[in-house]
Design a protein around this ligand. Structure first.
Ligand SMILES: *Cc1c(COP(=O)(O)O)cnc(C)c1O
Length: 432
């Protein structure tokens, strides 16, 4: 399998180069030159396959000859080594819970897969030691930190906005140590992101370090997200119609991965892009015009993205054909007030606690079902509610017990390096 740049000004590369460099030299995202079809019988037998076998089958064509099957098998097994339960919420709505990984974030699978791939390539001497540089509004950083912890040949530097991540999220970023450094920026997520982007463009730094990013631009983080949809399908009742899938979307990596799995032959129904106030994609589907805007802060902060990177991949999947896109994909905008109302209502009615991101997906699904009464809905629950206590606990009326996955972080000393919104400071840190 080769990957081409969506800007078409860079050479085609294999999986290893795409994973190690992240983005093409022309600034484009890498895209697979063909979409592999799942092997004959794969979907038919899917329900009886182990998660690791599913992962190996889905990822093998994408990884190609850059890694022997035995290593890919080990990486797949480790990447999906936790539960992805399908939980009934109420009639017509089922949740795929993606928050049972080590950092309670759906990003765990992609981060674990990517980190082990980079570790493999670095250990073989295929690449120089790599520095993963990443800005986070909360969830990405924790998943990346945990995924890369102790991976030889990889150093991780995470920038996060001081005071703007939740306590659990901050512990996940700042207490691991080893090869993980947390820079606590006196600014917003957008400031962190701008600093990171400047570092990637700096030729002095490129001399000093081999920088790569760990967001869903990277194919090694993006592509394994197809697995969620396979795991959902494994558990979906054989007699039920294919589900309509509502995906809480920010950078659109997850949704785009679902569309890719569908294009490979997974029998899913319609897709819904569920967005918060940051909604250039819903606007595009309505009007045909795409306008990036600065992100605005919402309760579902992992989706506060004003210019979603993976939208370019979605356009490519649909051959830039708006009509085709509309036939397969709807989109909706959900306000903070609607998000809170959904959490409250579902908790009261069903005893099911949504996090703000899941609540956005729920609200968008319900509105779609109001027009399509027969649709059986699947929402992706992307984060554990314990990460959003400010929103969820007032509704619940008490604190959410800390899940075992994060209990071990309690009481560990916080280690972070304070940073002003000043590129020279970041540069000095990275050059040292
Ligand atoms: C990252 C994230 C999202 C958005 O996923 P994208 O692939 O960026 O669209 C949704 N929910 C949570 C909890 C996240 O961390």
């Amino acid at each position: 399998m080769k990957y081409y740049s969506l800007r078409h000004q860079s050479p085609r590369v294999d999986f290893r180069t795409a994973a190690v460099t992240g983005q093409a030299p022309d600034g484009g995202l890498y895209f697979p030159e063909s979409i592999p079809k799942f092997p004959a019988g794969f979907v038919r037998e899917l329900r009886s396959l182990s998660k690791a076998t599913v992962a190996l089958n889905v990822m093998r064509p994408y990884v190609g000859s850059t890694m022997p099957d035995s290593d890919l098998q080990r990486i797949c097994t480790e990447a999906v080594d936790f539960d992805f339960p399908l939980v009934p919420v109420e009639p017509g709505v089922t949740a795929l819970e993606l928050f049972h990984g080590p950092t309670l974030a759906f990003k765990d699978v992609g981060a674990r897969f990517m980190s082990r791939c980079l570790g493999y390539f670095a250990q073989r001497g295929d690449t120089p030691p790599v520095t993963v540089l990443v800005a986070t509004s909360g969830d990405t950083g924790g998943a990346v930190a945990s995924g890369f912890l102790g991976v030889p040949g990889v150093e991780v530097v995470i920038l996060y906005p001081s005071g703007k991540v939740s306590p659990v999220q901050e512990q996940q970023l700042t207490t691991l140590g080893q090869n993980i450094a947390a820079l606590e920026v006196d600014g917003t997520f957008d400031d962190c992101q701008a600093l990171v982007k400047q570092a990637f463009r700096d030729p002095d730094l490129a001399q000093r370090r081999y920088l790569t990013s760990a967001n869903s631009i990277n194919v090694a983080r993006w592509l394994p997200q197809q697995l969620y949809y396979c795991f959902a399908w494994q558990q979906w009742p054989a007699t039920a119609p294919a589900p309509v899938v509502s995906v809480p979307s920010g950078n659109f990596g997850n949704l785009c991965a679902g569309l890719l799995a569908q294009a490979s032959g997974l029998p899913l129904g319609h897709f819904i892009a569920a967005c918060n106030a940051n909604d250039p994609v819903p606007v595009y589907l309505r009007t045909g015009h795409f306008t990036a805007r600065p992100a605005v802060a919402t309760f579902s902060n992992a989706m506060d993205v004003g210019n979603p990177s993976n939208f370019a991949r979605i356009l490519e999947l649909f051959d830039n054909d708006l009509g085709k896109m509309r036939a397969a994909l709807s989109a909706d905008t959900v306000t903070d007030a609607e998000t809170v109302a959904a959490i409250r209502q579902v908790w009261a009615k069903d005893g099911y606690l949504l996090d703000p991101h899941g609540a956005v997906a729920y609200t968008a699904l319900r509105r779609y079902q109001a027009q399509h009464a027969a649709a059986e809905g699947l929402i992706l629950a992307t984060a554990h509610p314990v990460k959003f206590p400010d929103v969820v606990e007032p509704i619940l009326g008490h604190a959410i017990p800390l899940p075992a996955a994060v209990q071990h972080l309690q009481g560990r000393p916080k280690r972070s390096v304070p940073l002003a919104v000043d590129y020279e400071q970041l540069k000095a840190y990275l050059m040292a």
